[in-house]
Unconditional design. Sequence first.
Length: 359
Amino acid sequence: MAECNRVVVLSGSGSDAIDGVGEPLISSKTAINIVDSLHDAGYLVERMVFNEATFLQEIAQIGDAVVFNAMHGKYGEDGVVPFILDNFQIPYTHSGSLASSIAFNKHCVKKYMPDIPFISGFFVHKSDLISGQYKAKLKMLNGSKFILKPVADGSSMGVQVFYRDKEIDLSQLGKHDDFLIEEFIVGREINVAIFGDKVIGSMEVVYSDEIFSYDNKYNDATTQHIMPVSMDASSIRRMYKIAEDLHSGLGCKDVSRTEFKLCPDGQIFVIEINTHPGFTSTSIVPEIALNNGIDPGRILSDMCQAASYNKLNVNSIHESFAWYVKCVDQALHDAVRLSKVNADVRFDIQKSLRFAITK
């Protein structure tokens, strides 16, 4: 637990901006709100914008401070920066490196939490999309309409809807290599927020497009945030239980937001979990908090007070998932490349993971 009045708000992203929008912009907006709120609460606040070339030097000189991880997308949400901060023993907010790396990988998290009712789908590599080999696997899925999304990205970037008898728009694949194809589920979109390991409330999001796109989230004035959610008590209890099980099962910390689809027949599906939800003026978690009598500024302050490092909860790992190891290995590889994390540290973590997975 950190007892420090100095906070460094780290913003930025390793994900690319497209036409000036994307994760870097959302992270910047989040950071501005956080800096203002923490400053008003009496903290000594500094801003650090992630720079791959200078990050190691800046972190090494940070001194006695808590890092508020306001990064979005690659490096911030995928466990890389948390791995580095663990190695430097610098306390930071949000989930640790392992929980972050699992949750950010939309295929990996399904493998790791098989009892959670995620939307049915399958992993596909970019080469299979280009060659058309993915079409044979579509027989595994129900319906004629599907969603294609990058395995690891946020803010609905790179997501597209396509039909069984139509071709995927290859021009929209971008730089991603790994993707998920999932069934298109018709239903209401419900978001459930967790703070301090407990659900604090929910929100229904109504939008104009087929999916909750980047524009719907941040630019469309017609998007509706509806609270309280009109839903039967049984569905509410099930959603809240699933969100808490997912949060605790992954070993998440501080805050998370789980997105659901509620079908007309009452079925509930999980779209994904976000371990680093935004705090912009249109972000869902602070709006849910405020609607339920919780000051969003209190959330930010409590997160700073609860900041810690070495959130390496390898004992919580259950049965073997090769995809999980691949996911964590990628985060470790990027952490080593970015900060020259001691190779022995990387080896020890990998060895511990494999021991925990095979025992």
